[in-house]
Design a protein around this ligand. Structure first.
Ligand code: NAI
Ligand code: MG
Length: 352
């Protein structure tokens, strides 16, 4: 199995190398991997003048799966898109047509004490946000800033075709079938035409999945329910912008952004696997970053793109054992636990 390793910027290389270490440890008595590294983000721009070098994009398309770190830094965020490290990821997602972004949110029993939320709310939380990733107001045309009647006006277009909605709805129902068979579609159908169509199409698709219970929530109500009764959710399917916001909110249920993996898949099953977090320039190069989001992303890669569910489970169990032993990076530190750095956390998971 050939894995493209695009570690990128900031803590990207630090955490991604821990995931590669864990995969190598699994290979000692399991699936075999070859890894090819390539630059992306500011690293790509500095080496080739393009944040997404053509050779990197081709490698990603050719590989069985992509393990991604993070792209961009605060400095490059201010440059025009063609010189902006973070823009590379948007381009790669679009180019590989990675429309289905799965962000699982799982409250590790070993970590409940590290969360700032009440135990009775988060205990047992196990949900997945499925965010559509290639459409919506982030890409819709027309968009721009113009002058009208003597003042500037900014505008974007929220746009979905029914085929775009249908394919992500199918992905949502299929994910629900593998889990607790509950799908909640989140929209704003009371005010937005895009959402009215979204809801109609999701209801049509539901006919193919009679064993899945479909519910609908407006995005504002969904935010409230997510904080108040997160256990009620199994799979949430939603558009690009609502999914962006909801998944960051849901992320905080578990304690740290450093714990959260994600998978972005296309129709052929190809995928890009990455931690939800960014390049964290504030802690880069200091051996402080939590590598577990990257390691858990590698587990998702094993399960969803490489057909290795047993290896995925082994890796997830190793993470839980290390947490049970009391090892903690600073972001999840709690009284009585043992604080370790990025490398030591990666070593512990590899050992387990
Ligand atoms: P961020 O996720 O990089 O950092 C937010 C906060 O979380 C920081 O305080 C950071 O120290 C902490 N944090 C993040 N990951 C952590 C980890 N593994 N362990 C411990 N603490 C962790 O988000 P921010 O600050 O908004 O963005 C930083 C840069 O990353 C920006 O240039 C942004 O454009 C880029 N970015 C890239 C993403 C990607 O490649 N997928 C996603 C989000 C941001
Ligand atoms: Mg976000």
């Amino acid at each position: 199995m050939h894995i493209a390793v695009l570690a990128g910027d900031g803590i990207g290389p630090e955490v991604t190398s821990q995931a590669v270490k864990a995969l190598r440890a699994l290979a000692a008595n399991g699936p075999q991997f070859t890894f090819t590294e390539a630059p992306i983000g500011d690293a790509g721009y500095d080496q080739t003048g393009d944040p997404l070098p053509e050779a990197t994009a081709e490698l990603a398309e050719r590989a069985d799966a992509v393990l991604f770190g993070a792209a961009g830094t605060y400095e490059s965020d201010l440059r025009p898109p063609e010189a902006r490290g973070g823009h590379a990821l948007l381009r790669l997602r679009k180019r590989m047509d990675l429309f289905a972004n799965f962000r699982p949110v799982f409250a590790f029993p070993e970590l409940i004490g590290a969360s700032t939320l009440r135990r009775e709310v988060i205990e047992g939380v196990d949900l997945v946000v499925l965010r559509e990733l290639t459409g919506d107001i982030y890409f819709g045309q027309p968009r721009g800033i113009v002058t009208e009647g003597g003042e500037r006006v900014g505008f974007n277009t929220m746009r979905y075709t029914e085929s775009e909605i249908r394919r992500v709805a199918h992905a949502g129902f299929k994910a629900a079938q593998q889990r607790r068979r509950k799908l909640c579609s989140v929209d704003k159908a009371n005010v937005l035409e895009t959402s009215a169509l979204w809801r109609e199409v999701v209801i049509e698709v539901a006919r193919d999945y009679p064993n899945v219970e479909l519910t609908h929530q407006y995005v504002d109500a969904a935010c409230m329910l997510l904080i108040r009764r997160p256990r009620d959710f199994d799979v949430i399917v939603t558009g690009n912008i609502f999914g962006d916001i909801l998944s960051d909110a849901a992320a905080m249920l578990t304690g740290s952004i450093g714990m959260l993996p994600s998978a972005s898949l296309n129709a052929t099953g190809q995928g890009l696997f990455e931690p939800v977090h960014g390049s964290a320039p504030d802690i880069a190069g200091k051996d402080l970053a939590n590598p577990l989001a990257s390691i858990l992303s590698a587990a998702m890669m094993l399960r969803h793109s490489l057909g290795q569910p047993e290896a995925a489970t082994r890796l997830e169990r190793a993470v839980r054992r290390v947490l049970a032993e009391g090892l903690r990076t600073p972001d999840i530190m709690e009284p009585g636990a043992t604080q370790v750095g990025t490398e030591a956390m990666g070593d512990a998971v590899a050992r387990e």
